[in-house]
Design a protein. Structure first.
Length: 277
């Protein structure tokens, strides 16, 4: 009876597929213990819209988020006797105002939890495409260490301001980094590793749960997020972990959970944690 706390649907996310109800029905069919719904929070600046959202406005994004919460509550009412559903959201941190807006949304919609994720560095999405990723590197003067430095500094700010219940894809900054092909990984340097360790310590200090996110395999990485060097440190420090698929439609639900099970066993994991209402 697995679980996931990081899910999206095509109904409320342009790069996902299907409806939110599709996701719930698939979770029931797969006998999930708990299903966490975590659509992205709306962005409030036109320049932060993705290319796929060219026909949208920020007002429409905010309306869609309100519709998401309403639909999620309907589904929880309809299917609550078959599965426990938690209603949450995945964070965005683009500007300092993003964090203030996120806190307001959490209170307004009485969200059950947050997935604390970072998708931007200096306003540029880091996980949308290789080209945008390289644009961030260019904005950092071609210094990949500087890019990682900015990522972990921004992540710490997000963690401090929001204290999300779940820390999402902790080392997403590695997504398009060419260390997979043998180029040096900035996290092997003492300075960058210390920044990541600092963030791990802070998240543990307030009781966060780190997700082990299986979507990394879909992106060609060796391991789930976080990669094994950081997961090992989290475990050594007594950090709590859960599992998530970061699904973008019912087809992704429990995606690579077979690999995830093997990965957790290899890392010596004996206990998983999950949220309940």
């Amino acid at each position: 009876m697995p679980f996931t706390f990081h899910t999206h649907s095509g109904q409320f996310c342009r790069h996902a597929k299907g409806t939110l109800e599709d996701v719930v029905k698939e979770a029931i069919a797969k006998n999930l213990l708990v299903l966490g719904l975590s659509e992205h929070v709306p962005r409030s600046r036109t320049q932060d819209l993705y290319p796929e959202e060219a026909d949208l406005t920020t007002d429409k994004l905010h309306m869609a988020f309100a519709e998401y919460v309403e639909e999620a509550r309907r589904l929880r009412e309809q299917y609550g006797d078959q599965i426990e559903i938690l209603i949450g959201a995945e964070t965005e941190y683009i500007t300092d105002d993003s964090l203030k807006e996120m806190e307001q949304l959490r209170k307004r919609y009485e969200l059950d939890y947050l997935v604390g994720s970072l998708h931007h560095i200096d306003g540029v999405p880091l996980d949308f495409s290789q080209d945008m990723y390289e644009q961030i590197v260019e904005n950092c003067g071609g210094d990949r260490n500087e890019m990682f430095r900015r990522y972990f500094d921004s992540q710490l700010t997000m963690l401090r301001e929001l204290q999300p219940e779940i820390v999402g894809h902790f080392d997403l900054v590695r997504i398009f980094h060419p260390y997979k092909q043998g180029v040096n990984d900035p996290l092997l340097t003492k300075e960058i590793r210390q920044l990541a360790s600092r963030n791990i310590d802070y998240a543990i200090s307030y009781g966060a749960i780190f997700e082990v996110n299986s979507r990394a395999w879909k992106k060609g990485l060796k391991d789930a997020y976080p990669q094994r060097d950081l997961l090992e440190e989290i475990l050594q420090k007594g950090g709590r972990i859960t599992i998530s698929d970061d699904s973008h439609g019912k087809e992704d639900l429990c995606m690579y959970y077979d690999l995830l099970l093997a990965y957790l066993r290899e890392m010596g994991v004996t206990k998983l944690h999950y949220l309940q209402k």
